[in-house]
Ligand binder design. Structure first.
Ligand code: G6Q
Length: 578
C-alpha cells in the first residue's frame, strides 16, 4: 500500500510502536512466534501469579487517582479501563507481548494491502472502504497487476449515493409507477448482520417514511413474515451476497422473485430487484440486470463489509450524508489504531486486556453490554466479528495455537440484562469480563420525569461500581442483616469491566465503535498468531447439508450416516410421508 497523502501523525507510515519492536519480532508473512514460549509470555505468567489475588478494592485504595490514569480517548470516545485487575506493570508487560508478536508490523501489513489472509491469498482492506477520497492504496493482485482501490471505492459510493437518493426521493419507481415504501435486504452472515445492526442503531437518523426489513434465515418463516403485510408494487429487494452462491440467500431471493412475478409479472423484476455482489456473472444468471448491481471486492471479508455496498439498505434508510459520517467515524478509529502508541491505543488496550483474562485468568466468555436500546443487535454483530475471526485453534503456520483463543462473546442492552443474567455476573462462579457502552447525551432528550436517560445512566455507572467493589460480609452485617442471610447478600466484587463513554450515539460514533472492535479482534488475532480473516469452520456443515437435502425429499435415498443421523432423517421422512 502507498498512502500518498499521509493521514497519520507519522509521515513514514510506520506505527510509532514499530521503532520499539523487539528485533526478534516476526516479519510480516513469516510464521508467528509460538507466543506462550516467549519470555514476554513467561513474564506475564509470573506477574499473574503475583497479582491474581489482588482485588480491585486494593488497587483503588493504593492509587486514589487510578480512575483518572487508566483511561484513554480517541476522538471523543472515552475508555476507562481502571476497573481491571491490572497494574501499570501489567500494561507494560502486555504491550511488550504485543511488540513480540509484531503487532505494529502486522497493522502496517494489513493497511498496506499485503495478502495477510494467507489461506485465501487475499488482502484484508476494509480500511480502504473508509479511506477519504484523494488518498491512495495500491494493491497488487495475484497476477501482479496493481490497482489503486480508493478511487474504485468512491466510484461505488457515488453510485450508491445516486441510487439511495432516487429511492428516498421517490424518483425510482416500481413496475406500477409507484414509489418504494419498503426495502428488504436479503442476505446472511456478513451480508446481513452489519446493515441490520446499524439500521437499528441509527433508526433515529432514518427516514421514517421508509421501512427496512432484513431476511436472512432459510427458514421460510423469515421471508414469509417479512413480506406478509407488504405490497409488491412498493417493495424493493436488495439481494446482498458477496459470492451470489449462498444457499439461504438464493432460496430467499427466488421466493421473493416469485412473489413479485406472481403479482406484477416477469417484467417487474428489473424495477424491484437490485444486487450487491462481487460476482456479476451469477447476478446476471439470477436475472438481475448488472446495471443494477453494486459491487465490492474480494479484499473485503464478509464480516468486515457493512461499510461497503453491503450497506446499501442502510444508506437508503439513513441517507448518504449520514452514511458518510459513519465512514468518517470508522476512518477516525483506523487512524487512531495506526498512529497511537499502544499504551493509549483503544483497540490495542481492549485486545490486550481480553488476552489477559482469556489466557491468564481462563475467562471463557466476554460480555458486551450497551446501555442503548438502539444497540440491541450490536452484541450479535460482534459475535460474528469476534467469534468467526478468532474462533481458531491453529496458527498461521498450521501449528496448534497452544493457548486459548477467542472467547464466547454475548450481551444485550442494559438495563434489561440487569433483570436477568446479571445475578451470575455479580455472584456466580464464572468470571465474565465485560464492556459497558454508554452515551452522555440521549437521542431523545426530555423523555420522562425524572429524565429517563439519567435513570439509564445511573444504572450504567452503578453496575461497574458494584461489579468492581461488591459488598463485604462486614458491610452487609453492619446493615443489620440476619447472620444466616449475610453470605447470600454478600457481593464478592473484583469483577473486571471496561467502560466506553461516548458523547452521543451518532453515525460517527457507531463507525468508531465498529472499527474499535474490528481492530481489537485484529490485535488479539496477531497475539495468538492466527488468521482472523478466514472461516473454514463454517464449511463442513454446509457440505453435509448439501448431501442431506436430496435424502430428505427422496424416501428411497440410501442413508450412510452414523446411526443417530440416519435415525433422525428416517423419522423426519416417515412423519412427512404420513
Ligand atoms: C463472513 C462470512 C459469512 C458470509 C456469509 C454470506 O465473514 O464469510 O458470514 O458473509 O456466508 O456470504 P455471501 O455474502 O457470499 O452470501
Amino acid at each position: 500500500m502507498a498512502i500518498t497523502e499521509p493521514t497519520s501523525a507519522h509521515s513514514d507510515g510506520a506505527h510509532p510502536d514499530a521503532a520499539q519492536s523487539d528485533p526478534a519480532r516476526p516479519a510480516a508473512g513469516t510464521a508467528p512466534p509460538v507466543i506462550n514460549q516467549t519470555p514476554e509470555w513467561a513474564a506475564l505468567a509470573a506477574h499473574h501469579a503475583e497479582i491474581a489475588d489482588v482485588t480491585l478494592r486494593d488497587l483503588f485504595a493504593r492509587d486514589p487517582h487510578r480512575g483518572e490514569t487508566f483511561v484513554a480517548e480517541a476522538d471523543g470516545l472515552y475508555l476507562d479501563y481502571s476497573k481491571n485487575r491490572i497494574t501499570a506493570r501489567t500494561i507494560e508487560l502486555l504491550v511488550a507481548l504485543a511488540r513480540r508478536a509484531g503487532l505494529a508490523d502486522r497493522i502496517e501489513a494489513m493497511m498496506r494491502g499485503d495478502r495477510i489472509n494467507i489461506t485465501e491469498n487475499r488482502s484484508v482492506l476494509h480500511v480502504a472502504l473508509r479511506a477519504p477520497a484523494g488518498t491512495s492504496i495500491v494493491v497488487e493482485g495475484p497476477d501482479g497487476e496493481k490497482t489503486d482501490v480508493v478511487p474504485e471505492v468512491h466510484r461505488v459510493l457515488d453510485r450508491m449515493t445516486e441510487f439511495a437518493d432516487r429511492v428516498r426521493s421517490g424518483v425510482w419507481r416500481g413496475a406500477t409507477d409507484q414509489p418504494i415504501s419498503t426495502v428488504v435486504n436479503i442476505g446472511i452472515g456478513g451480508s446481513d448482520l452489519g446493515p441490520a445492526m446499524a439500521y437499528d442503531a441509527l433508526r433515529d437518523y432514518s427516514d421514517r417514511s421508509l421501512r427496512l426489513r432484513f431476511v436472512s434465515n432459510v427458514d421460510p418463516t423469515d421471508i414469509r413474515e417479512a413480506t406478509v403485510d407488504l405490497d409488491p408494487a412498493t417493495t424493493l429487494f436488495i439481494v446482498s451476497s458477496k459470492t451470489f452462491t449462498t444457499l439461504e440467500t438464493l432460496a430467499n431471493a427466488r421466493a421473493a422473485r416469485q412473489w413479485v412475478v406472481d403479482a406484477l409479472g416477469e417484467d417487474a423484476v428489473a424495477h424491484h430487484f437490485v444486487a450487491v455482489s462481487t460476482n456479476a456473472e451469477k447476478v446476471a444468471e439470477f436475472g438481475i440486470d448488472t446495471r443494477h448491481m453494486f459491487e465490492f471486492w474480494d479484499w473485503v471479508g464478509g464480516r468486515y463489509s457493512m461499510d461497503s455496498a453491503i450497506g446499501l439498505s442502510l444508506m437508503i434508510a439513513i441517507g448518504p450524508e449520514s452514511f458518510r459520517e459513519l465512514l468518517a467515524g470508522f476512518h477516525a478509529m483506523d487512524e487512531h489504531f495506526r498512529s497511537t502508541p499502544f499504551e493509549r491505543n483503544l483497540p490495542v488496550l481492549l485486545g490486550l486486556l481480553g488476552v489477559w483474562y482469556r489466557d491468564f485468568f481462563g475467562a471463557q466468555t466476554h460480555a458486551v453490554l450497551p446501555y442503548s436500546q438502539y444497540l440491541d443487535r450490536f452484541p450479535a454483530y460482534l459475535q460474528q466479528l469476534d467469534m468467526e475471526s478468532n474462533g481458531k485453534s491453529v496458527d498461521l503456520a498450521g501449528r496448534p495455537v497452544g493457548v486459548p483463543t477467542g472467547p464466547v462473546v454475548w450481551g444485550t442492552p442494559g438495563t434489561n440484562g440487569q433483570h436477568a443474567y446479571f445475578q451470575l455476573l455479580h455472584q456466580g462462579t464464572t468470571l465474565v469480563p465485560a464492556d459497558f457502552i454508554g452515551f452522555i447525551e440521549p437521542n431523545h432528550p426530555g423523555v420522562g420525569d425524572p429524565d429517563q436517560h439519567v435513570l439509564l445512566m445511573a444504572n450504567f455507572f452503578a453496575q461497574t461500581e458494584a461489579l468492581a467493589f461488591g459488598k463485604t460480609a462486614e458491610e452487609v452485617a453492619a446493615e443489620g442483616v440476619a447472620a444466616e442471610l449475610v453470605p447470600h447478600r454478600t457481593f464478592p466484587g473484583n469483577r473486571p469491566t471496561n467502560t466506553l463513554l461516548a458523547p452521543k450515539l451518532t453515525p460517527f460514533t457507531l463507525g468508531q465503535l465498529v472499527a474499535l472492535y474490528e481492530h481489537k479482534v485484529f490485535t488479539q488475532g496477531v497475539i495468538w498468531g492466527i488468521n482472523s480473516f478466514d472461516q473454514w469452520g463454517v464449511e463442513l456443515g454446509k457440505v453435509l447439508a448439501g448431501r442431506i437435502i436430496p435424502e430428505l425429499t427422496d424416501p428411497a435415498a440410501k442413508l450412510a450416516h452414523d446411526s443417530s443421523t440416519n435415525a433422525l432423517i428416517r423419522r423426519f421422512r416417515e412423519a412427512r410421508r404420513s
